[in-house]
Ligand binder design. Sequence first.
Ligand SMILES: [Zn+2]
Length: 177
Amino acid sequence: MISKANTLPALKYLSAYPEHIQARVSQLIAKNELGPLLAQRYPHKHQVQTDKALYDYVTEIKQEFFRNSAAIAKVAFDSKIKVIQHALGTHTQISRIQGGKLKSKHEIRIASLFKNTAPEFLKMIVTHELAHLKEKDHNKAFYQLCQHIEPNYMQLEFDLRLYLTHQDLNSSSTDNY
Ligand SMILES: [Zn+2]
C-alpha cells in the first residue's frame, strides 16, 4: 500500500534537516524504497557485543585522536537510553576537587540498539560521544571534530537517522511499509 503523504508519520529524527530533504525521504518511504536502500548501503553488522568489547573499541579510537585526554572510566551499552533527537548516547563528566586539583571522570553510554547495527553506525555514535570529550555543545567546532575522527560523519549521522526512521515505521506497522 502506498500511503498518502499527509498520513505519513512526522519524521522526528530528521526535523533538523531542510524540508526538501524530508520530502525526499517521505517519497522513499511511500515507495517502500527506504528499507532496501539502507540494506544495500549497510549490509553488515558489527561484532561488538559486550561492554568490554565496546570499551576496547572506544579506547582504540580515543587513543588515536585524544591520546592526551584523561582515560575514560566507563563505557557501556545502556538499554535505558531513549533514542530521541540528540540522545543516541550519553557522555558524562563527573568533576570533583581532589587534593586541590580538579579531577574529571568520563563515562560513555551507548544506546543498546547500536548492538545490532552496521559497523558504520557504531563508529558514528562512538565518534559523536568521543567528540564531546572536547566540545560539550553541538556547535560547528563539534561537528568539525566529528569529521576529523570520521570523515564521513555527516552522511553517517543522516543515514543513521534514516535507519531509526525506518525502524520506527516497521515497529508501528506491519502492513503498510
Ligand atoms: Zn551529543
